[in-house]
Design a protein around this ligand. Structure first.
Ligand SMILES: [Zn+2]
Length: 298
């Protein structure tokens, strides 16, 4: 028998193998995400941290670590190495004690130099006295926030983006319910391809958020029956060189099991980390009339 076919065969296998390896290296390198938590008025925070970690890792796009502060007061040992991550996700909440000053400075330099920051639900209640934090989140609520902290921002009934400097409290919500999310910028990569209107699972609909709102884009809103305004539900903020993705959705596990929330979380985190979105809109995404939820893998 001739030996000729064998080296040919080897060559093609080696070639295919090399292509596979190259593709694998470029496409499968996970983005590193750090979830920070430890103090939150939502007692369910340990579960929602694990839930979000699960959704992120299940996508294959992210590898997630957590850093948890001591349960009360400023934790002098809370000093995560933010710079080792493509994005930091805050699952802190209302009443969280200030981070140590050195940690605040680390975080400002991390985001300022191009780091990604992901703000979920009550994370926008945290740290009302920290000016750079308020700039990063764009809008916040509770914690004594009022007109001194910046305007209300919402879409009015005519579909016009409104910056409202009237006085009043920052942050409120009515009873939890399912509600429609309306996409306001169909081109932005986080929401491109989503149905223009989709039904979110039961959640708190945060209203009357207010803050500096500089370099902020509102990508989606939901109409609050408490205010009659279309309140921001998905936002991006550019802070110095950094990218911030902010959603006030995600009160409880059942809110975070909504496929609309999961998809927004994954694509928003990818955008905060890289400035691009490659993750798809899944087939079980909610429609205008019907919410869609997934049981967590746990
Ligand atoms: Zn809540």
């Amino acid at each position: 028998m001739t030996t000729l076919p064998r080296p040919r065969c080897f060559r093609s296998i080696a070639f295919i193998g090399m292509m596979f390896l190259t593709a694998g290296l470029s496409a499968a390198e996970p983005l590193r995400v750090l979830i920070v938590d430890g103090q939150n008025n939502h007692g369910v925070w340990p579960q929602t941290t694990q839930l979000m970690k699960g959704w992120l890792e299940e996508s294959g796009r992210f590898q997630v670590d957590t850093a948890t502060a001591a349960p009360k007061g400023t934790d002098p040992n809370f000093r995560p190495q933010f710079r080792n991550y493509h994005a930091v996700l805050s699952n802190f909440g209302h009443g969280a004690a200030a981070w140590p000053e050195a940690t605040q400075k680390d975080f400002e330099s991390y985001v300022g130099n191009g780091g990604g920051f992901v703000v979920i639900h009550a994370a926008n209640n945290s740290f009302p006295e920290w000016p750079a934090y308020n700039e990063m989140i764009g809008l916040g609520g509770w914690g004594g926030r009022t007109e001194k902290d910046g305007p209300y921002v919402y879409y009015n009934g005519e579909g016009k983006l409104t910056v409202d400097n009237s006085s009043g409290r920052g942050g409120s919500h009515g009873p939890q319910h399912e509600f429609s999310v309306i996409i306001r910028d169909r081109e932005h990569p986080i929401v491109a391809g989503m149905p223009v209107e989709w039904m979110h699972a039961k959640d708190e609909l945060y209203d009357r958020l207010r803050g500096p709102a500089q370099n902020m884009q509102v990508l989606a809103t939901a109409e609050s029956s408490a205010t009659g305004r279309h309140e921001p539900m998905i936002m991006t903020i550019n802070w110095k060189q950094g990218r911030v993705f902010h959603t006030p959705m995600g009160h409880a596990e059942y809110s975070q099991e909504c496929v609309g929330f999961i998809t927004t979380l994954l694509r928003g985190t990818e955008w905060a980390a890289t400035g691009k979105v490659t993750l798809p809109i899944p087939k079980d995404f909610p429609t205008a009339d019907k919410s869609s939820s997934r049981a967590s893998a746990k």
